[in-house]
Write a protein that binds this ligand. Structure first.
Ligand code: APR
Length: 228
């Protein structure tokens, strides 16, 4: 049994119909991220930010896990698998993966704008005036640009234990998340699955599978299911 860590990004959910961030001129669903995904945007126009994330939540609720999510669940039959995802959707969980760490938060949760540890399940849209039980406005439980990444240290200690690291569908553009891949042990085997040309300076022992998630993951999982 191997310790396997999957590090996923937006490309993991692309074939479930959720758009990646950097495939349309740096725009996310036609918005500049600075307008909708920063603390400054929240202060300047909370209604726009809520509307934007309400739409993202609705898309997630209407999406389903794809074949790649399902194959990663299957990998748990043979190995100890941790998923570290930059995605705010719950598609890994819905496919059945049991150990999922969300680096950038979860769109199906909300929290008090005044207290990050007051979390709530959130399936409905959040409106201006919807408050947490402490009386403060609810905001989406996501990490915005310029905010700290509270799960970073937990993610680091998971990656440090990996025998095998599988990087899927991330441009490795956004730090500090992208820097995590460099925390893998010297002798860990690293796979990168992405149909694009991801820049990965200094990643040693890297095997690139230049395919989409639903093509590349089943091939790799079939190989790993035979590994002891
Ligand atoms: N299968 C696998 N990978 C794919 C697919 C697919 N079907 N389609 C696209 N990709 C790849 C792209 O080639 C690209 O390398 O997915 C990657 C997506 O990169 P980004 O859009 O930059 O997404 P990500 O790396 O997850 O972004 C990181 O940035 O906007 C913030 O907080 C947000 O978590 C996000 C973070």
């Amino acid at each position: 049994m191997k310790e396997i860590v999957v590090f996923s990004g937006a490309g993991m959910s692309a074939e479930s119909g959720l758009k990646t961030f950097r495939d349309s001129d740096g725009l996310w669903e036609n918005y500049d991220v600075a307008q909708v995904a920063t603390p400054e945007a929240w202060s300047a126009n909370p209604e726009l930010v809520l509307r934007f994330y309400n739409a993202r939540r609705q898309q997630v609720l209407e999406a389903s896990p794809n074949l790649a999510h399902q194959y990663l669940k299957k990998l748990e039959e043979k190995h100890n698998v941790h998923v570290i995802t930059q995605n705010i959707d719950d598609l890994h969980e819905r496919a059945g993966s049991t150990k999922v760490l969300h680096l950038h938060g979860e769109i199906l949760k909300s929290r008090s704008a005044n207290n990050p540890s007051r979390l709530f399940e959130q399936k409905r849209p959040i409106k201006l005036g919807d408050v947490a039980d402490d009386g403060y406005q609810l905001r989406p439980h996501v990490v915005w640009f310029g905010e700290a990444v509270p799960e970073l240290d937990n993610a680091k200690s998971v990656i440090e234990k990996a025998d095998i690291l599988i990087i899927i569908g991330t441009s490795l553009n956004v730090y500090p998340a992208a820097g995590l891949v460099y925390c893998a042990r010297k002798n860990a085997k690293i796979y990168l699955i992405d149909p694009g040309d991801v820049k990965h300076p200094n990643l040693k022992r890297l095997e690139v599978i230049q395919k989409s998630a639903t093509e590349g993951i089943p091939i790799l999982v079939d190989v790993l299911m035979r590994a002891e």
